[in-house]
Design a protein around this ligand. Structure first.
Ligand code: NAD
Ligand code: DAU
Length: 368
């Protein structure tokens, strides 16, 4: 059966990498990018492939159940890779309703449309796949209890999130993602829909909207603006280069087992403050400034409410069962990422103009 795949949120950060990968790697697939184009969605992210004959774009809200159902029928869709979401924790603290609407109701609307369409076909769920992209944040937070990295454990703690870790979300964003994960599994268990869920750690790389730590700080260092580090900068995140995530999604979409969950992560824990110092040195060096001369931009500000202390993913199931491992080392990934943002100032200036600027000022104006 020819593959016809809807990728939701394909104009966003991770979505644009997976759309590009699939359009280039699978010329005989039909790749349909379904995106509402919120502030975070930008078709400029896909300029290089927008003319490809196996690619099309549908401007649509995933909450538009009728529209989604109609599109699935028209395009004879047999695969869904679902990334569309409200994705920024700080925004969720300000406006939790938007997160419940898109992340929970939007996911339910997609699931229900796929169910009604696929159950109406003679072969039903055979050859079908509904793949939901989720986050490690659904598991809550881990302790910072092994700062010396003893006994071959992680550098900052002995515990890791596994696929069996109990859900304990803390932010409205992660609560909404957790709820959507439960709906996806419920559709597998109740209707037999062939679903997959993956929970991934923090991604970084080109085309990330500059409200997230790494692109925001690269932009601010470039412009010599203050760098608002929340709390003491001691929080730990596990970072993965976005193309490694896209490669994992490709592998799991094709070879993952229906009904399963896989964790995806970089085994790459960093304290925020150490990332910030690395970014400053890298930007300074790449711009021909004296390395470290912008360290005084670091500005400690009030902590994020409910700020999770540490995330760390155990991705060994994915390595054991499907042979996936991250390829890009952090040092190399950061060099590439800084280089990309510095070479794409126009992209950065475009996406941070207008409405975003007003929002940013309203959120952070008093902190800078
Ligand atoms: P993003 O914010 O960069 O992009 C989200 C995309 O979804 C945008 O193109 C936006 O226009 C679209 N969208 C939003 N609401 C929509 C709606 N109602 N209907 C249709 N489209 C809509 O997000 P991202 O960082 O690329 O994250 C993508 C997915 O991966 C999300 O589900 C997120 O929870 C998950 N995730 C992200 C990370 C990370 O580090 N960025 C890590 C793990 C999991
Ligand atoms: O773990 C996966 C998650 O990673 C994804 O599900 C989310 O969609 C994605 O946004 C990301 O969430 P985080 O909250 O970890 O990412 P963010 O870039 O917002 O923040 C990273 C860390 O940096 C976090 O501890 C908060 C801190 N931070 C962030 C910003 C934006 C600051 O200290 N200052 C800042 O200005």
């Amino acid at each position: 059966m020819k593959k016809s795949i809807i990728i939701t949120g394909g104009a966003g950060f991770i979505g644009s990498h997976i759309v590009r990968l699939m359009v280039k790697k699978y010329p005989d697939y039909k790749i349909i990018n379904l995106d509402k184009l919120t502030y975070a969605g930008n078709l400029e992210n896909l300029k290089d492939i927008e003319g490809a004959s196996n690619y099309s774009f549908a401007k649509m809200d995933i909450c538009d159940f009728e529209g989604v159902l109609e599109l699935m029928k028209r395009e004879e869709v047999n695969g869904v890779i679902h990334l569309a979401a409200e994705s920024h924790v700080d925004r969720s603290i300000k406006d939790p309703f938007a997160f419940a609407q898109t992340n929970v109701m939007g996911t339910l609307s997609l699931l229900q449309a796929a169910r009604l369409y696929w159950e109406s076909l003679p072969e039903k769920y055979e050859g079908k796949r509904f793949y939901h992209i989720s986050t490690d944040e659904v598991y809550g937070a881990l302790q910072l209890d092994n700062p010396a990295g003893k006994d071959g454990k992680g550098p900052y703690g002995t515990e890791f999130f596994t696929e069996n870790t109990r859900y304990q979300p803390h932010s409205p964003y992660s609560a909404a993602k957790a709820s959507s994960d439960h709906f996806v599994r419920a559709f597998h268990d109740t209707y037999g829909m062939p679903t997959i869920v993956t929970n991934c750690s923090n991604n970084y790389g080109p085309y990330q909207f500059p409200e997230k730590l790494i692109p925001l700080f690269i932009n601010n260092i470039r412009k010599r603006k203050p760098l608002p580090v929340y709390g003491k900068g001691e929080n730990v995140r596990d970072w993965l280069y976005v193309e490694d995530h896209a490669a994992a999604i490709d592998l799991i979409f094709h070879q993952g087992k229906a009904g399963e969950t896989y964790n995806i992560g970089g085994f790459n824990e960093w304290k925020n403050i150490d990332i910030v110092k690395t970014l400053i040195k890298t930007v300074d060096r790449q711009l021909g400034r004296k390395e470290g001369e912008d360290l005084d931009l670091i500005t400690y500000v009030a902590d994020r409410a409910g700020h999770d202390l540490r995330y760390a993913i155990d991705a060994s199931k994915l390595e054991r069962e499907l042979g996936w491992k991250p390829k890009v080392q952090f040092e190399e990934g950061i060099e590439l990422t800084v280089k990309w943002y510095l070479e794409n100032e126009k992209w950065m200036d475009n996406v941070t103009s207008g409405a975003y600027q007003e929002y940013y000022e309203s959120m952070y104006g008093n902190r800078r």
